[in-house]
Design a protein around this ligand. Structure first.
Ligand code: PLP
Length: 456
């Protein structure tokens, strides 16, 4: 097997190795890195997952890409260390499940990607005695997951930008109470502004000496980890021998989670459908309907705040996966195979009212506790079943992703259900810790000066 190379979705940058794609983040032509070919599992391999632990499946998936860059033993140790927590599959009714991706150290699904990416970066940097400054923007949960995953590492510094008014107190405290090599900056703007700062800084010649790297959902190092839990859920709930296919519902913002699922599908995951559920930021559902992609600027504020994205960065990758080209502005340079996309995905936009009604309904009818993002996913699944009633079969396995712990959204839960969700261990004790962060205006020049003054 020869080494997989990674190309840029803008198609004008050189192809690079996994290590370079991981440490660079964004390609020099502004595109996102994609594997040139996606390795596939045999049916036998997928069958074997039912006998394996989560981290062993993680090893098998990662090894398909990394077999010639990391020794097996190192890789096994790395995934075992990264995935030392549970991935509960909760039965809601019949064969309809919620997969709880909220048992990691920051109680959101971002931990899955951040922990593995952090360890991969550390592996390569240690080997070469290099340093990096990770610059990342967060709409809520990425920031704390990244900050946590990199916290205390010697050769990596981290800066996290967040929109001052768009994250919850708890989300903010999960980042601002860490300190050490982690600097948190609030921007008086929206998530999209933070993300634009990150992108501009990467292309800023004045900042080259900083050795900037990204840890956003644009980094290839996050996609591989985000395809593992799809394989895991299938292995626990479905049978390859019986030819069973699975439905996943994915609450989506930047579409990194979904992109992981699409990669899993390319690797052989027997798929019935991805239900792609967004909040009122419905640029992708609209694109599926009309074939015209129009970014939403500024993005709309919804209670599922980590999904308030008006131009998902991973769209360029999804378009590339289906043979098209989309540039970083969101212009479709070459239309992808829309029919194939619709074959794999059902898209739907869910408003806040329905999100809250779903949260309440799922709790009262089934006793399952969700938070707003997971509720968007569940609502999306209900739309899909309404749209295709024949799929709502008692034997059909469907899994809706719960992407954060309900305790991260105490106000919403209290308002609608009347109680305070219990904190997971990882979130206890935050209130007492001291916060430290820098507040900056929504002005790139000021941000650049800050970087030069503090990191150059
Ligand atoms: C980031 C996030 C999402 C959206 O995931 P994407 O990969 O950006 O689509 C959903 N829910 C929560 C809680 C998140 O933090």
């Amino acid at each position: 097997m020869s080494q997989t190379l990674y190309y840029s979705t803008n198609l004008t940058a050189d192809k690079v190795s996994f290590k370079d794609a991981l440490l660079k983040g964004l390609a020099p032509d502004g595109g996102l890195y994609m594997p040139e070919s996606i390795p596939a599992f045999t049916k036998e391999e997928i069958k074997s997952f039912s006998r394996k632990e989560y981290y062993e499946i993680a090893f098998d998936v990662a090894r398909k890409y990394l077999h010639d860059v990391i020794e097996d033993e190192e890789l096994m140790a790395l995934v075992k260390d990264a995935y030392n927590y549970d991935v509960p599959l909760e039965k809601v009714y019949e064969k309809k499940y919620i997969m709880h991706l909220d048992q990691g150290p920051t109680a959101s699904f971002k931990d899955f990607a951040a922990r593995m990416m952090g360890r991969l970066m550390q592996y390569f940097l240690n080997k070469e005695n290099r340093n990096l400054l990770i610059l990342t923007a967060t709409s809520g949960d990425t920031g704390s997951a990244i900050a946590n995953a990199f916290y205390g590492l010697d050769n990596i510094k981290v800066i996290v930008l967040f929109p001052e008014k768009e994250v919850t107190d708890r989300q903010r405290k999960q980042m601002t109470t860490l300190q050490k090599n982690v600097q948190i900056i609030s921007i008086d703007g929206k998530f999209d502004d933070c993300q634009a700062f990150v992108k501009t800084a990467f292309n800023d010649r004045d900042l080259i000496s900083l050795n900037l790297s990204s840890a956003n959902s644009i980094n290839i190092g996050r996609l591989i980890p985000q395809s593992i839990y799809y394989m895991y859920a299938y292995s626990r709930l479905c049978s390859v021998s019986k030819g069973e296919k699975i439905i996943f519902s994915v609450p989506s913002g930047n579409f990194g989670d979904l992109m992981g699922g699409l990669i899993a599908h390319k690797m052989g995951l027997p798929l019935r459908k991805f239900v792609v559920a967004t909040n009122k930021n419905d640029e992708v559902p609209e694109y599926f309907k009309s074939g015209n992609y129009k970014t939403i600027v500024p993005s709309l504020n919804c209670i599922s705040s980590a999904m308030n994205v008006g131009h998902p960065s991973n769209m360029a990758r999804i378009v590339a996966l289906y043979g098209g080209v989309m540039n970083e502005k969101g212009e479709v340079v070459k239309q992808p195979d829309m029919n194939a996309m619709k074959q794999d995905m059902f898209t739907v936009s869910i408003d806040d009212k329905e999100t809250l009604a779903t949260l309440k309904m799922v709790y009262e009818r089934h006793g399952a506790l969700l938070e707003p993002h997971g509720a968007v996913g569940w609502a999306g699944l209900r739309h899909y079943f309404k749209f295709t009633p024949e799929e709502h079969d008692t034997e059909q396995v469907a899994v809706s992703l719960e992407t954060a712990h309900p305790a991260k959204f105490p106000k919403e839960i209290k308002n609608i259900l009347g109680f305070d969700p219990e904190l997971p261990i990882s979130l206890k004790g935050l209130e007492e810790k001291a916060e430290q962060f820098v507040k900056l205006e929504n002005n790139y020049e000021i941000f650049r000066q800050y970087l030069k003054d503090n990191y150059q």
